[in-house]
Design a protein around this ligand. Structure first.
Ligand SMILES: NC(=O)c1ccc[n+]([C@@H]2O[C@H](COP(=O)([O-])OP(=O)(O)OC[C@H]3O[C@@H](n4cnc5c(N)ncnc54)[C@H](O)[C@@H]3O)[C@@H](O)[C@H]2O)c1
Length: 350
């Protein structure tokens, strides 16, 4: 089986877990934790990182195997990473780094940014992942355009509405390139849990009157999201991920990142509360706490996204691939329930 060549934009915690995961499942072929050992004929070990781009001075110039463990990255180390000779290159900063984040790491301003289109072409990348911080509206579109200009398939892991936007979908169709997004939905994270429980309550005939989902964590993703101006799209993405699949949307709702607790590091804690009425309109209340390592939770799904997007590329498909996006992202172009999305996804990969 040929390798799936992947470029990464943003060598943060999610990239670290993905890179570790490729090494881990290559060495431990029977290890647990994957949704699919094979997607079509592709295994996790078929994924190869061929280009890595960041703007952090401490990551640029380092071998990827070292950069993924460089602070402020703080996710759990579950695998060693051997050097493959990929040196992190300097990307275009644009709006990727907020003023307040500049106090926590140093943006490299000593050297020229790479010609991203040329680098994507020269690397032979099949696919490029956008792993930028939340609020990178301009930078995410800049890298999406670079994929269009270099013929590379695009994965948008972040809450910027690109692969769910008709104008962008049209651009990818015109160029004959597939894309998937937006805002990756973790394997067993706050969103999928909240969706599952609210659907269950609705299906069993109870009425939801209000719900909230509070999220706290100690990684740079949560630190960046303390800036309310940067998280407008994140709140929309997380909220519509829950409300869009319910028939009755008439209830109070508040969902989103809530605080940065440094000592939690990459441990994300989520609290979900639902109040409503049961038989006889008698009130009920549900409280749920989930505590998970944030980045491996999304990296697992990313291995499925990469492999299924490569299948789409092999088949010559273009534009947003609904069969992948609806199953694996919080804000796809078409929202369907997860049980149905799983069937559609499996029909596609098989
Ligand atoms: N962890 C999850 O489960 C999950 C789920 C959904 C979405 N996401 C999203 O994925 C994205 C990545 O998350 P993370 O935890 O890895 O974040 P992170 O803060 O650890 O990493 C972001 C990286 O991007 C780099 N960067 C900033 N501006 C850049 C630019 N212009 N060009 C290139 N690199 C740049 C930063 O230096 C940093 O290394 C975030 O937007 C996050 O919200 C994560």
């Amino acid at each position: 089986m040929s390798k799936i060549k992947v470029a990464i934009v943003g060598v943060g915690n999610c990239a670290s877990s993905l890179v570790q995961g490729i090494e881990f499942y290559t060495k431990n072929t029977n290890a647990e934790g994957l949704m699919y050992r094979e997607v079509g004929e592709y295994k996790v070990s078929d994924i190869e990182i061929v280009l890595a781009v960041d703007v952090d001075k401490n990551k640029i110039g380092k071998d990827l195997s070292e950069a993924v463990f460089t602070k402020p990255n703080c996710t759990k180390v579950f695998s060693e990473v051997s050097s493959k000779g990929i040196i992190v290159k300097k990307g275009h900063v644009l709006d990727g780094v907020s003023e307040s984040m500049k106090n926590f790491f140093q943006v490299d301003d000593g050297q020229e940014s790479i010609d991203i289109v040329k680098e994507l072409k020269d690397s032979g990348a099949d696919i490029c992942i956008c792993y930028l911080p939340v609020g990178s509206a301009e930078a995410a579109r800049f890298y999406a355009q670079a994929c269009l200009d270099s013929g590379v398939a695009f994965i948008n892991a972040i809450p910027e509405f690109i692969c769910s936007d008709n104008d962008w979908i049209k651009k990818f169709i015109e160029k004959g390139i597939p894309c998937v997004g937006d805002d990756i939905k973790s394997q067993v994270g706050a969103t999928i849990l909240h969706r599952a429980i609210t659907c269950l309550i609705e299906d069993r005939g109870h009425k939801i009157d209000s719900t909230y989902q509070l999220n706290i964590g100690g990684n740079t993703d949560f630190l960046n999201m303390k800036d309310e101006d940067r998280i407008i799209s994140k709140r929309i993405s997380k909220t519509q991920a829950v409300t869009s699949i319910l028939n009755n949307k008439n209830f109070e709702v508040k969902i989103g990142p809530s605080d940065h607790i440094p000592h939690l590091k990459d441990n994300k804690v989520c609290y979900i509360n639902i109040k409503g009425r049961q038989f006889g309109e008698v009130p009920f209340e549900l409280d749920l706490k989930l505590s998970v390592e944030d980045s491996p939770n999304s990296a697992g799904v990313m291995t499925e996204i990469i492999r299924s997007l490569k299948i789409a590329k092999d088949r010559g498909l273009s534009g947003n691939i609904n069969e992948i996006s609806s199953y694996t992202f919080k804000s796809p172009a078409i929202q369907i329930r997860d049980s149905e999305a799983k069937i559609v996804f499996e029909r596609f990969i098989n």
